[in-house]
Design a protein around this ligand. Sequence first.
Ligand code: MN
Length: 142
Amino acid sequence: MEIQPKQPTVKAPPETFTGDAWFDVIAKGEEPSRIRVSLVRFAPSARNAWHAHAVGQTVHVLDGLGMIQSKGGTVVEIRPGDTIRTPPGEWHWHGAAPEHFMTHLAMWEAPAEGPETEWGELVADAEYLGQESKSTQKEPSV
Ligand code: MN
């Protein structure tokens, strides 16, 4: 057994986050474990950039009100108790609602080789608010 003391909280970098978010690293497994767990606190309107996890990710909301979107889908509200599974390679973003803090646990694994996460564009305000132009939305199926 090993009791690991709490590590300092880290500010999320502006290259991959819009607004203010902080994370605490809870687990970073040593081989053969490749588990990664972070507690992430988002201020109102804060969100991460579009990204995809090589081995997928599970997010569990602990507090507040959040938003999540997968590429090609709509922006969805997420609430405490919700668990959201994102499959490997699926592009998405997650963060707080405009007027609410949100805290979630993020759990993922590093791949055997290569980067854990691929990062893309920051999420623009209109995109975050679900106001994308029609041309970028999915065609209706009817
Ligand atoms: Mn993610």
